[in-house]
Design a protein around this ligand. Structure first.
Ligand SMILES: *[C@@H]1O[C@H](CO)[C@@H](O)[C@H](O)[C@H]1NC(C)=O
Ligand SMILES: *[C@@H]1O[C@H](CO)[C@@H](O)[C@H](O)[C@H]1NC(C)=O
Ligand SMILES: *[C@@H]1O[C@H](CO)[C@@H](O)[C@H](O)[C@H]1NC(C)=O
Length: 321
């Protein structure tokens, strides 16, 4: 049995098809495929799958170009950015790639699928399609030349360097590797670090009424980065009463109370810790004022506080409601 072929365009390469080809090689179907780079119709027609060339988008025939005028597809109804070949291949093969690598079930795969699109792939789609993140009349304060798109562009031979197919194809392999390394690093981060944190926060939200009947205080069983998850889980779990305080043990085993911001973009707190007379106070003085044993501190702005034990921290949070 001969190996399958993935065809993409020849000439200068870009970040989008470099990633698209890397992604295809992560699938069982195309893992051994040879990559051919060509704009020759005969070569295109003979390929098992075609990416970023061929002027055709037809999943059945495994044709994935996005350059034709008729192409207007986005990731889904909630996204407005037109797909590049990276977004297109991710849309059709991303879930199986995520599921195979992380060995997680369909519902968690869906969570990662969305998160990785929003945090990496959409940017490639936006840049490839020339969509600015900001109105273009804003003058940047310094240059930005270290972005991945420009690093991929720089792997193409320069105008005064030799430009044979062999050289460009060898450089394309490097481009695939660079894009692939970035992709896998992000995938592993979201799968192995971000997702377990989400599970901890989700459990804490589920058990919040056991902590206090108000449901406004949650306790993290292990400390983890929780903010990003709290806001999104409140939405997806349709939590009506916003969570005000998050309790967790610090590395020294003492307990912290952190006040939740109004939303992810705001510095304002939904509810600061304590009445004003607690704020900026420490230790015995704070315990005396609050009548709660083992207090360590409350920050002057009321966004964080500490107590040597969990019950004390919980009492501080309850009194702050
Ligand atoms: C087919 O793919 C395998 C694994 O990638 C490779 O070792 C082999 O050389 C390929 N065969 C051909 C004819 O390209
Ligand atoms: C998916 O796996 C997670 C973690 O193992 C589990 O909590 C969740 O209930 C599973 N979801 C489904 C729909 O099976
Ligand atoms: C990326 O770098 C290139 C130059 O190397 C620059 O022209 C482009 O504006 C940068 N893109 C972004 C999104 O900053």
């Amino acid at each position: 049995m001969t190996n399958k072929t993935i065809c993409t365009h020849s000439g200068n390469f870009h970040a989008d098809e470099a990633l698209a080809c890397f992604l295809l090689k992560l699938t069982p179907k195309y893992k051994d495929a040879n990559i051919v780079r060509s704009r020759d119709k005969k070569v295109i027609d003979a390929a098992d799958i075609v990416v970023d060339v061929g002027a055709e988008y037809d999943v059945e025939k495994q044709r994935f170009d996005h350059h034709q005028a008729s192409f207007t597809d986005t990731f889904d109804d909630k996204h407005q950015i037109k797909l590049s070949s990276a977004g297109l291949i991710y849309k059709h093969f991303g879930k199986e790639i995520i599921k195979n690598r992380l060995e997680i079930n369909d519902s968690l795969t869906e969570v990662i699928f969305q998160k990785l699109y929003n945090s990496m792939i959409e940017e490639l789609d936006g840049i490839d399609n020339g969509v600015e993140r900001y109105p273009s009349d804003i003058t940047p304060k310094y240059e930005s030349n270290l972005n991945i798109t420009s690093m991929i562009r720089a792997l193409n031979p320069e105008w005064n360097e030799p430009q044979t197919d062999e050289i460009i194809n060898a450089q394309f392999e490097k481009a695939m590797k660079l894009m692939g390394d970035v992709f896998l690093q992000k995938l592993d981060f979201y799968g192995k670090s971000w997702l377990p944190a989400r599970t901890i926060v989700e459990d804490a939200i589920n058990f919040r009424k056991d902590v206090h009947s108000s449901g406004e205080i949650i306790v993290l069983e292990h400390f983890c980065p929780w903010k990003d998850h709290l806001y999104s889980l409140e939405k997806s779990m349709e939590i009506k009463t916003p969570i005000k305080f998050v309790l967790f043990a610090d590395t020294a085993g003492s307990w912290r109370i952190q006040a939740v911001n109004v939303n992810s973009h705001s510095f304002s707190l939904r509810q600061p810790i304590g009445p004003p007379e607690w704020r900026g106070k420490r230790d015995e003085e704070l315990s005396a004022i609050s009548g709660i044993d083992n207090c360590v501190f409350v920050h002057a702005n009321g966004f964080i506080g500490g107590n040597n034990n969990k019950d004390g921290a919980l009492l501080m949070a309850i009194r702050s409601l």
